[in-house]
Design a protein around this ligand. Structure first.
Ligand code: GLA
Length: 380
């Protein structure tokens, strides 16, 4: 049992007394390459990582009202299943999943729920997807409902889109759910398909430790810009069903604003990079670091989702011996960067970077060496 699962169990006993019936967990994620393509029908290559969220559950007697605790402190919050409302709190994620289950016609009994996590929240490692998927997996197991990892992830994506109000793609929830140790996940989003590709390298995650305030509004703006770029392309070429299947010639030839063209160029080029990386990994080659760098440049220059801190981090990493590639990962606008290289080079980078970052940026970053781990699983 992972340590967060043991924590969730402990928090459960402290908050509600007795033992949970089911403990399940799901993983945070790092996207190796394929950024801002999931909501454009593209391809991405994330891994689930060794940072997890665990959920311990038991059915309550009586009314359809659930009680939730997170982290063992902060008391117990209640959710009335007949009146689920967004509260702009962490409980919105389990509420959103409950809303999906109830919306699908299930009569979900009142539950006691305790959560523990070591996925840092707000840093772009998908703590919200890990919570949604861990909760869904625990509840589905507890109630004896069917578990299809892809369908469960898509249900959690809808929870986030409809209940929490973030117009996200499906990459994070699919990673949290379908992750496999020693494998990256080759994801296609239109239609959704997830195929494991062997990936045994370690990756250094560098959290710029910035607030995520910009991320939600800027993300929604990019989704809208991509939608209008697609609309412009479809005026000439109605057969183009998503930006990801447009050609660069179609992007360049269609009448649209420069900003939309740059967004579309990123999407088309990024999908081509993902395909190249997948071919390299499938052939047993190491991750092509130059494609990580090209991805970062495209996100910085065409997608405008980098930041001074991310650019500084990537440039610093690339100057260190043995680092073969680096890029921002996740939505951007702060959050995390990743670096590729041998473990010894990653460790040396993790050692030298924090003091230099603090000198240049003014506050300390966080770093972790991670590798591909399992997604959702039962715990003990
Ligand atoms: C966030 C979203 C994902 C994806 C990434 C960018 O993590 O939740 O769906 O769009 O940004 O690749």
């Amino acid at each position: 049992m992972s340590s967060v699962a043991a924590d969730a169990r402990r928090h459960f006993t402290k908050s509600f007394g007795g033992e949970p019936t089911v403990v399940a967990s799901a993983a945070g994620r790092v996207n190796l390459i394929g950024e801002h393509v999931d909501y454009n029908g593209g391809v991405a290559l994330p891994i689930a990582i060794q940072r997890r969220t665990a959920v311990a559950v038991r059915v309550r007697d009586g009314a359809r009202v659930s009680r939730l605790n997170s982290g063992g402190t902060g008391g117990v919050l209640t959710l009335d299943h007949a009146a689920l409302v967004r509260r702009r709190k962490w409980t919105d994620y389990p509420s959103g999943v409950l809303d999906q289950l109830i919306g699908a016609g299930l009569d979900v009994p009142g539950l006691d729920v305790a959560v523990a996590s070591d996925v840092p929240s707000g840093s772009g490692l998908s703590s919200s997807a890990a919570l949604e998927v861990a909760f869904d997996f625990a509840v589905r197991s507890l109630l004896g409902l069917s578990i299809d990892r892809v369908a469960m992830a898509l249900e959690c994506q809808q929870a986030e889109r409809q209940f929490v109000g973030v117009p996200c793609g499906a990459m994070d929830q699919l990673s949290a759910s379908c992750g496999q140790q020693g494998h990256a996940l080759h994801m296609q989003f239109d239609p959704v398909n997830v195929r494991p590709v062997p990936f045994r390298e370690s990756v250094l995650v560098i959290d710029t430790a910035l607030s995520r305030s910009l991320r939600v509004s800027a993300y929604a703006e990019r989704v809208a810009e991509c939608a209008s770029a697609l609309e412009a392309i479809r005026r000439d070429a109605p057969e183009v069903s998503s930006l990801a299947v447009a050609t660069m010639a179609q992007v360049d030839g269609a009448a649209m604003r420069d900003v939309e063209r740059r967004r579309a160029r990123h999407v088309v080029a990024e999908c081509a990079r993902v395909r190249q990386v997948v071919l390299a990994l499938a052939a047993g080659e190491p991750f092509p670091g130059d494609l990580a760098v090209a991805s970062h440049e495209s996100l910085r220059d065409d997608y405008d989702c980098s930041s001074r801190e991310l650019d500084w981090t990537v440039a610093y990493a690339l100057r260190q011996p043995g680092i073969k590639g680096a890029r921002l990962t996740g939505a951007g606008w702060g959050g995390c960067a990743i670096a590729f290289g041998e473990v010894s080079a990653l460790q040396a980078l993790a050692k030298s970077l924090p003091a230099e970052y603090e000198k240049a940026i003014g506050h300390a970053p966080h770093t972790w060496v991670v590798s591909a781990d399992d997604g959702a699983r039962m715990e003990g």
